[in-house]
Ligand binder design. Structure first.
Ligand code: NAD
Ligand code: UDP
Ligand code: UDP
Length: 338
């Protein structure tokens, strides 16, 4: 790190007298890895609106420039095409580390969780930045405790089809805590439960995006297994508020960030029908291996220490993603791609 100076917030050239100003009047420079993705792009919107300088690092593996195109030309926004598996030198105050092939169809491309997290922790250590890891409820595996508290160690198959994701994130949490304890890096860990909203990948196989796209395309909703497995679905703005609250807090975590409302896949299909097309039909398909039977966050820790809880119910949130999906599906049909 010789020869590289730490970036001082609010004191660099051209950093005086511009509005709006970041949290507490202090404008920060923030990296969001995976910022061209679904969650990342919403987080970037919030940080830019708050008045911070944001650098996105993304290799566009599942992310899209379209998610950020409204920020091109904004002098406080910068987009770098880069794979976090490779080292990078930057000077920033905070690192939100979201880069990760996050959906089942992309799981197998996954040195990102280990190498990418290591590089971002090395970066945080060198420049004294605060680092936030977006971990996942999948670290609980097929849970034997319900609902899941942060103290639960999980029930994960180390050699299964989903293991590169589950175990990759578990390793990422381990690395994060090692850098915290061993190198004094300021870290934060969020365990994110199923999240949905506008800009979700259209065809990555997640249940909400599948059902919504299927209903719009007048195709049957594909329910895997008997459809009695449960998930808890969180609207993306609630998650983004939770991530920022955690980053700005004095607590390392891990914190569950999710909506405790629990639905079976058949109930979800019903809400999608009510929201988009009451005539939609259901088609049963075999379930994937190691599919968790149930999942629901216990969020008392985040409520108490971060003063955070989700505000948007599934019935309120689903309609908010329908227009975005309709437009993208229409564009696809017109041959413009997504
Ligand atoms: P997403 O696929 O939309 O976003 C991930 C982004 O990371 C994409 O833009 C992708 O191009 C980028 N990326 C992937 N590998 C990269 C690499 N090697 N270098 C640089 N960029 C890379 O997924 P998302 O739903 O927005 O997820 C964001 C984060 O939240 C992920 O870490 C994911 O594990 C976590 N998470 C999401 C959910 C959810 O329900 N959406 C649930 C639990 C955890
Ligand atoms: N790293 C990086 N940017 C930095 C500092 C480190 O990408 O500004 C990478 C570095 O290449 C290494 C990883 O982060 O692969 C871990 O760095 P650390 O200094 O902790 O470990 P070391 O290099 O000493 O093994
Ligand atoms: N699922 C489904 N139909 C689909 C896609 C998924 O019934 O078209 C089921 C899947 O088997 C799982 C649940 O929905 O039980 C949630 O799957 P998703 O991949 O969205 O999230 P995760 O399993 O990672 O929680």
């Amino acid at each position: 790190s010789a020869g590289l100076t730490r970036f001082e917030s609010g004191s660099g050239p051209g950093r005086v007298g511009r509005v709006p100003v970041g949290i507490g009047g202090r404008r920060m420079r923030i990296v969001v890895t995976g910022g061209a993705g679904f969650v990342g792009s919403h987080l970037v919107d919030k940080l830019i609106a708050r008045g911070d300088d944001v650098i996105v690092i993304d290799n566009f593996f599942t992310g899209r420039k379209e998610n950020l195109v409204h920020l091109f030309g904004n002098p406080r926004f910068e987009l770098i095409r880069h794979d976090v598996v490779e080292p990078i030198l930057l000077e920033v105050d905070q690192i939100y580390h979201l880069a990760c092939p996050a959906s089942p169809v992309h799981y197998k491309y996954n040195p990102t969780n280990v190498m990418g997290t290591l590089n971002m922790l090395g970066l945080a250590k060198r420049i004294g930045a605060r680092f936030l890891l977006t971990s996942t409820s999948e670290v609980y595996g097929d849970p034997l405790e319900h609902p899941q508290k942060e103290t639960y160690w999980g029930n994960v198959n180390p050699i299964g089809e989903r293991s590169c994701y589950d175990e990759g994130k578990r390793t990422a949490e381990t690395l994060t805590m090692d850098y915290h304890r061993g190198a004094g890096v300021e870290v934060r860990i969020a365990r994110i439960f199923n999240t949905y909203g506008p800009r979700m990948c259209l065809d990555d196989g997640r249940v909400v995006s599948n059902f919504v796209a299927q209903a719009i395309r007048k195709q049957p909703l594909t329910v895997y297994g008997d459809g009695k497995q449960t998930r808890s679905f969180q609207y993306v703005s609630d998650l983004v508020n939770g991530l920022v609250a955690l980053m700005e807090s004095e607590h390392v975590g891990p914190f569950n960030l999710g909506n405790p409302g629990e639905f079976t896949m058949l109930e979800l299909a019903q809400v999608v029908k009510e929201t988009i097309d009451s005539s939609a039909t259901i088609e049963y398909r075999p379930n994937t291996a190691d599919d968790p039977h149930m999942r629901k966050p216990d969020i008392s820790k985040a409520k108490e220490l971060l003063n955070w809880e989700p505000k948007v119910s599934l019935r309120e949130g689903l309609p908010l993603m329908v227009n975005d999906f309709r437009n993208r599906i229409l564009n696809e049909d017109e041959g413009k791609g997504m």
